[in-house]
Each structure stands twice: as C-alpha cells, then as structure tokens.
Design a protein around this ligand. Sequence first.
Ligand code: SAM
Length: 229
Amino acid sequence: MTKEQLEIELKKYNLNCIDELESLMEDTLLTNEKFNLTAIKDKEKFRELMILDSLIPLSFINLDNKKVLDIGTGAGYPGLPLAIASKGEFTLLDSTKKKIDHINDYVSTHNIKNVTAISTRAEDYVKDHREEFDVVIARAVSSLNVLLELALPFVKVGGVFIAMKGKQGEEEISQSKRALALLGGEIASINKSILPESGEERINIVITKNKEANKKYPRIYKDIINKPL
Ligand code: SAM
C-alpha cells in the first residue's frame, strides 16, 4: 500500500497522523537492517501488515485516557502506532532488551510522551502491576489459552483484553474455555476484518474481565506453555 492509500485508510478512523506513522515505519525498517526487528522489510507491505493492522482495535474501542499494556510488543507493534494515533497511556513490554532499547530511543527522540517501554517478561512484571490496566493487548505472541494466563491478571475488573489474531483465532477460542473461566474472562466480541490490499483476514477477540483472577495465575512460564489451562 502506498502512503496515499494508507492516508485514505487513516481518514476512515478520523486520523491525521500519516507523517508520524511514516516516520515510525522508516525508523523500524532502518533499524531492521542492523537488528532484524521484524520480518516485513518492504514498505508497501509494512504499511498494511504492521501499521494499518496495528490500528484495527481503534475501529471498536476508544483508547483515549485509558491505561494500556501491550504484551510482547516486539519492535513496538501494535503499541507504537496505537500510542501515536490515540491519547491512551501505553506501557510496552517485551522480554528482548534490544527491541525495548530501540523503542525507548525512538520515543525519546520523537518526544512521544505517552509511552513507557520495559524489558521484562509479562509473568514477572505482573507481580507489581496486577489489575492495573484498563486495556491489555497482544499481537502475534502465542495461542489464546497461553495469552489469557499472561494477560488477564493485568486487567482491572471491568477492563478488557484484546487478542489480535489471524484467521485461526476463532478455533483458539474453543480451546480457551477453561482458561477464561479460571481467569475471570468472558468473550465480549469477535471483530473480523479484511486487510484492504492483501485480503488477509484478521480477528480481534475482545475479552472482558468480570472477576479477579486467582492469585496463583500466571504460573511460571514453563507451566504456562507445557500445561496450558
Ligand atoms: N507484537 C509484535 C508484533 O506483532 O510485531 C511482536 C510479535 S513477536 C512474534 C512476539 C514477541 O513476544 C517477541 O518479541 C517476544 O520477545 C515477546 N514475548 C513472548 N513471550 C513473552 C513474555 N512472556 N513476556 C514478554 N514478552 C514476550
């Protein structure tokens, strides 16, 4: 997708931040040459699969004035495009330090005030940040049953977790019933969309947190992965 095509898509969200998003893309692609931050290296694809894709949640939720956590943000996706496009207060988390260092360099150079990036594992960070966030979000991190255990303990009762998935997302819901029940989550909506150029399907699953999760969750990572709820 060209810059002009992305701009047309942004207008549908009433967004006027094409230059900031282009600058973010240029920076990620440049840094990619050194650190291999993302697999997508072509600008046309990047605009659609990294920038526009990251913004899909804005079609169903307003993040302004919300405290938002992006788990497994990688090079800052979806967290950075969402932070540029909204007035939410964002924490971006990833276990890989070089990715977080890069995000911190970017936000300080570009004077982006609504982002804090932290290099740690979600299951460690939660110890001091339980039920602190209105919205938790994760894209391309792991299967839904694993993600629920990592994400829901961070969500305030009454808040939401958004799992950004490809077309396999719906199948993952059927394997997540037990995790949802144990962690106090309930599927609120399943938002399907098609990316305009590639025709790829996206499924954003919104889970509301209705009650506190038992404090024994999340377990240690080995158990979360080997014995998913
Ligand atoms: N969300 C980004 C995106 O869509 O481009 C990155 C996706 S990448 C495939 C998954 C990222 O999740 C990796 O950068 C990895 O370091 C991070 N990750 C996986 N498990 C994690 C955990 N338990 N805590 C923090 N980060 C984690």
